[in-house]
Ligand binder design. Structure first.
Ligand SMILES: Cc1ncc(COP(=O)(O)O)c(C=O)c1O
Length: 393
């Protein structure tokens, strides 16, 4: 019996790897888990009611692409949020969480060859891990591009060699980014769209943290594409209710973009995807239509940004996130810091190297730990204060 070789270089997933790292250690105090990005603010109040009202829907196979009502609610949200009018019939599709969409869309849209060569897929380094697996599955070379303090924590794709760029089929970009919390501004998107046009590739914009930001709502990739008159087929956006609405267990998101891209994504998903159960589509429809719960959650995150700035303000090289809910804290060695923090204080954080890949310049996550600011305020304050005292005093 043989197994595929294409995944043989995949490192173990970050969380089991962390469990192993800490398996011989004992917590120095009450355990506070700040590793996983699982939102813990209140979910919208209407979830149970909408679910109960639509419970009969579990007796039916759900529509693969999403109900017309859900697609309508998503398009209304995109229009309110970004000023972009999408056709619910052809430009949007419901997802069972963004992660599967980020994976499936690469398989649906990455051609077997690009200009007669094996295609390449650009991945910011460090990154949300599904991008690399998607590239391997699609038969492309994942190319890990540093997103470090020197590049404003976003990848500088334009600095890559032109012949490599000519091989690129897809460029993943995450804004606000996980793990660094960097936000791509209008100028960044405009340059990336120009690069995509010049070298004929698509941009996969993972915007699932778009509703968690410090001051102004981040601009979106489709928004800038529309403003600059770029070809909408160049951009595919991915959004989620996991972070926006504190519903990670609902497994609900969407993908949107040009009709040609969406037709292919929909077709592949009709064969192989798992549609979101109907009662959950009804909940998702309500969630996209409501902003009150989003505003309430955002206000708490904004207090958390302030709290983090107060606690870590004196740390050299500390840069508070512009968006998302992670702190990306500079340390000498992320693994050593994670062990020290756990043994001295009980706080669990993720070594940054587990989110990055070793390239010629080393692993750009190695000198960081990632800290999820998802706990309620008192626990967060205790955890962050202990981390500062342990890692920086
Ligand atoms: C950057 C990023 N993209 C996508 C996802 C997937 O979100 P979901 O599948 O819950 O919609 C996550 C979840 O942590 C993430 O951090």
């Amino acid at each position: 019996m043989t197994f595929p070789e294409r995944f043989s270089d995949l490192p173990e997933y970050a969380f089991p790897r962390l469990r192993k790292l800490l398996s011989a250690s004992r917590p120095g105090s009450e355990v506070i888990n700040m590793t996983i990005g699982e939102p813990r603010h209140a979910m919208p109040g209407f979830v149970a009611e909408v679910l109960a009202e639509n419970i009969d829907g579990f007796a039916k196979y759900p529509p693969n692409e999403g109900t017309p009502e859900l697609r309508g609610a998503i398009c209304d949200w995109v229009s309110r949020r970004y000023g972009v009018a999408l056709d619910p019939e052809t430009q949007v599709m419901a997802l069972n969480g963004t992660r599967e969409g980020l994976f499936g869309a690469a398989i649906a849209l990455c051609a077997e060859e690009k200009r007669g060569q094996k295609p390449a897929i650009l991945v910011p380094n460090p990154f949300y891990q599904v991008y690399a697996v998607a590239a391997l599955t699609a038969g492309a070379d994942p190319v890990f591009v540093p997103a470090t303090a020197e590049t404003g924590f976003l990848p500088d794709y334009a600095a890559l060699a032109p012949d490599l760029l000519d091989r690129v089929a897809i460029a993943y970009i995450c804004s606000p980014s996980n793990p660094q919390g960097a936000v791509a501004d209008r100028a960044y998107w405009t340059r990336l769209l120009e690069l995509a046009e010049k070298h004929d590739f698509r941009i996969f914009a993972d915007e699932c943290y778009s509703e968690i930001y410090r001051s102004a709502p981040p601009v979106g990739a489709l928004q800038v594409a529309r403003e600059t008159g770029a070809d909408p087929e160049r951009v595919v956006i991915f959004h989620s209710l996991s972070k926006r609405s504190n519903l990670p267990g609902l497994r609900s998101g969407f993908v949107a973009g040009g009709p040609a891209c969406l037709a292919r994504i929909r077709q592949l998903r009709a064969y192989a995807g798992a549609p979101l159960p109907l009662p959950l589509q009804r909940v998702a429809e309500q969630a996209w239509a409501d902003e009150a719960h989003v505003a309430a959650s955002l206000a708490i995150y904004q207090q958390k940004f302030q709290l983090a700035d107060e606690i870590f303000g004196g740390v050299p090289e500390y840069a508070g996130p512009e968006g998302g809910f992670f702190l990306w804290l500079p340390v000498a060695d992320g693994e050593a810091a994670a062990i020290r923090a756990f043994e001295a204080t009980g706080v669990r954080v993720l070594p940054g190297a587990y989110l990055g890949r070793e390239t010629l310049g080393g692993n750009p996550g190695a000198g960081y730990v990632r800290v999820a600011m998802v706990a309620e305020m008192d626990e967060l304050r205790r955890g962050l204060t202990r981390l500062r005292d342990c890692l920086y005093e």
